[in-house]
Design a protein around this ligand. Structure first.
Ligand SMILES: NC(=O)c1ccc[n+]([C@@H]2O[C@H](COP(=O)([O-])OP(=O)(O)OC[C@H]3O[C@@H](n4cnc5c(N)ncnc54)[C@H](OP(=O)(O)O)[C@@H]3O)[C@@H](O)[C@H]2O)c1
Length: 232
């Protein structure tokens, strides 16, 4: 499988890229800064996903080298854990630019490559968060941007059904990464206490569901966001 994963320099994106490379797949990754993965089956693009021209030129390079994509994981994202009264407008707009508009633009460009896949059910997977169903305090802008992504998942799954491209999401609870580095332990413990499975989510918890959602095993699943850890 040839899979594009955004935001592979650190955290969840890097763990996913490493997992798919270990499984013998071809991985294309990207981030604003230099790659941290060195593998013969890995290609890295230094691109700011808020620059739509950058996304287009990355897709041109993918087309030139591979001709198609089998799966896309929209993982790159940023957050800002702060009361909305303390969040300047430009910060809020930047969060939407990265978390929503970059995903929208990435989908628009990569669909053309997914359509050329020989897989029976090529897939897009969008990374979301439990902050959406739980409307977590202090995460208004972040959860609103991911809420928009969840809606994108639902509507786009219908708009792309005739293109034979599936669109799903994965909603994550807290995971130890750069993104959560500055969040107070008590805040993370509060979220974990709400989960049905009351422990920190690990990379091992994520890779299986992601692999399922981008593979032919989930060929009849679309428009769903799967929340890990139990949110009910
Ligand atoms: N960690 C958690 O607890 C948690 C929980 C729920 C959901 N999530 C979601 O999981 C995803 C990954 O988060 P993470 O925790 O792994 O965060 P992370 O370690 O900060 O990784 C984010 C990645 O995205 C890249 N990135 C950020 N802005 C970018 C841009 N404008 N253009 C291109 N690449 C960009 C970063 O690389 P550069 O800095 O080099 O650009 C980095 O590789 C995010 O969508 C996040 O919302 C995380």
């Amino acid at each position: 499988m040839i899979i594009l994963i955004t935001g592979t320099r650190t955290g969840i994106g890097k763990a996913l890229a490493t997992h798919f490379l270990d499984g013998g797949h071809q991985v294309v990754g990207c981030s604003r800064r230099r790659p941290t993965i060195d593998h013969p089956n890995y290609r890295h693009h230094e691109v700011d996903l808020t620059d739509s021209k950058g996304i287009k030129s990355m897709c041109r390079a993918i087309r030139a080298e591979y001709g198609h994509l089998d799966a896309v994981v929209n993982n790159a994202g940023i957050s800002n854990m702060n009361h909305f009264m303390m969040t300047p407008e430009e910060v809020a707009r930047r969060i939407f630019d990265v978390n929503f508009f970059a995903v929208l633009n990435c989908c628009r460009e990569t669909v053309k490559l997914l359509q050329k896949s020989k897989e029976p059910a090529p897939a897009i997977l969008n990374v979301s968060t439990v902050a959406v169903p739980w409307a977590l305090e202090g995460q208004l802008i972040y959860s609103a941007s991911k809420s928009a992504v969840d809606q994108l998942t639902r509507v786009m799954s219908k708009e792309l059904a005739d293109f034979n491209v599936r669109v799903n999401g994965i909603g994550l609870p807290p995971v130890h990464t750069v993104l959560t580095r500055t969040v107070a332990k008590e805040k993370i413990d509060e979220v974990i206490a709400r989960q049905t499975i009351r422990r920190m989510c690990t990379m091992e918890d994520i890779v299986g569901p992601v692999e399922f959602l981008v593979s032919r095993q989930s060929g009849f699943v679309t428009g769903e966001t799967l929340f890990l850890g139990g949110v009910n």
